[in-house]
Design a binder for this molecule. Structure first.
Ligand code: DOR
Ligand code: ZN
Length: 376
């Protein structure tokens, strides 16, 4: 057994489903799954019910997370057509603003240019005087994170450039998209991006085999698109999972479902999948540490918890199985896949929080980032 020590990882894109969909996941089950994957900080998305669109709803979410989380949690606010930019007075208490421009699960969608203009302009104005954490400041606002596929991507790139707001493009999948982002970066535009393990390791050729368990937004892309992600690894700032749990019944596996919701879980399988890619010589360990720890902390201005690390037995070889998963949904699209590397122990702020396959931390051990009053 060879044990290596890694910094505590960050998953900058998870859906912990609270409030509204606690039967899929909640702040305890989702952060327990994170620890099992060596992740000590997650950034939670706003497409809950109700969506995180007002100061009150953000405060409510922070309180829920503070009571249950076993790892640290940052919370996005979301752009909605109902609350508009009501979140602005508490913008610095969010890790960033999420805008859904393309089709996804739930009702959040922004489809007009005038609204997009409003969200970018008001975020830029709110940052006046306090700046962006993204640019190295300790305070200030986070970036605008967008789910923007196809023709919506250049719209977001242009708005970010015009209003000088840092843009983070979530789950990039297509050759055209990664090439456009590379071109924007080469010109010094303020853009960063992420890719998910499932979009890097699966393609449209796996979709029939996986059925609803391989359906997510963006959809699994063509083998050429997947190849383009690997060719442009230097343009991919970070890896994040888009951990999007739905139950097997909702997916139509254990019950009839007419319209299974898109999304797959991933927070606890990211590290072993990436370490398996390291084992295969497709990535270096430094590529993984940079994209799963350093880059997300830099891009979102996240504090690094002191005395925190992850121990991994890099010689362990095993199969990922649904029954091992700590996510409440209890499955993984990678079931049956052989992987290298097992998380054996996680220490957060000097406290052992996960060991021997079990969470040892009490609910509430995790902190809510940018909410100092919730820290104990
Ligand atoms: O497939 C997806 N599911 N893509 C997303 O962007 C969000 C999501 C969800 O919340 O289930
Ligand atoms: Zn998502």
């Amino acid at each position: 057994m060879t044990t290596i020590r890694l910094p505590g990882l960050v998953d900058a894109h998870v859906h912990l489903r609270e409030p509204g969909y606690e039967h899929k996941e909640d702040f305890y089950s989702g952060t327990a799954a994170a620890l099992a994957g060596g992740v000590v900080t997650v950034l939670d998305m706003p497409n809950t019910v109700p969506p995180t669109g007002t100061p009150e709803l953000l405060a409510d979410k922070a309180q829920r997370a503070a009571g249950k989380a076993v790892c640290d949690v940052g919370l996005f606010v979301g752009a909605t057509t109902s609350y508009l930019d009501a979140y602005l007075p508490v913008a610095e208490r969010a890790c960033g603003l999420k805008i859904y421009v393309s089709d996804t699960f739930g009702s959040l969608r922004i489809e007009s240019l005038s609204l997009m203009q409003r969200f970018f302009r008001s975020w830029a104005e709110r940052a006046e005087g306090i700046g962006f954490r993204t640019r190295g400041a300790a305070a200030g606002l986070g970036p605008i994170a967008v789910h923007a596929e196809e023709l919506m991507l250049p719209v977001c790139l242009a708005l970010s450039k015009l209003y000088d707001v840092p843009l983070h493009v979530v789950h990039v999948t297509r050759r055209s998209e990664i090439e456009l982002i590379r071109a924007a970066k080469e010109r010094g535009w303020p853009v960063t991006c992420e890719a998910t393990p499932h979009h890097l390791l699966l393609s449209s050729e796996d979709a029939a085999r996986l059925g609803p368990l391989g359906d997510m937004r963006p959809r699994l892309a063509s083998p050429d698109d997947v190849a383009a992600l690997w060719e442009n690894l230097e343009t991919i700032d970070l890896f994040a999972t888009d951990h999007a749990p739905h139950t097997l019944a909702e997916k139509g596996i254990t019950a009839q479902a007419t319209q299974p919701p898109p999304g797959v879980p991933g927070v606890e399988t990211m590290l072993p999948l990436l370490l398996t890619a390291v084992h295969a010589g497709r990535l270096t360990l430094d590529d993984v540490i940079e994209r799963c720890a350093h880059a997300p902390r830099r891009i979102y201005g996240l504090p690094e918890p002191p005395e925190s690390y992850v121990e991994v037995d890099v010689d362990a070889v095993y199969r990922l199985e649904d029954g091992q998963m700590k996510t409440r949904c209890g499955w993984t699209p990678f079931a049956g896949q052989e992987v290298w590397g097992r998380v054996t122990r996680v220490v957060l702020r000097g406290q052992e929080v996960y060991a021997g396959g079990e969470v040892t931390a009490l609910p509430g051990t995790g902190r809510v980032l940018f909410h100092p009053e919730q820290a104990r």
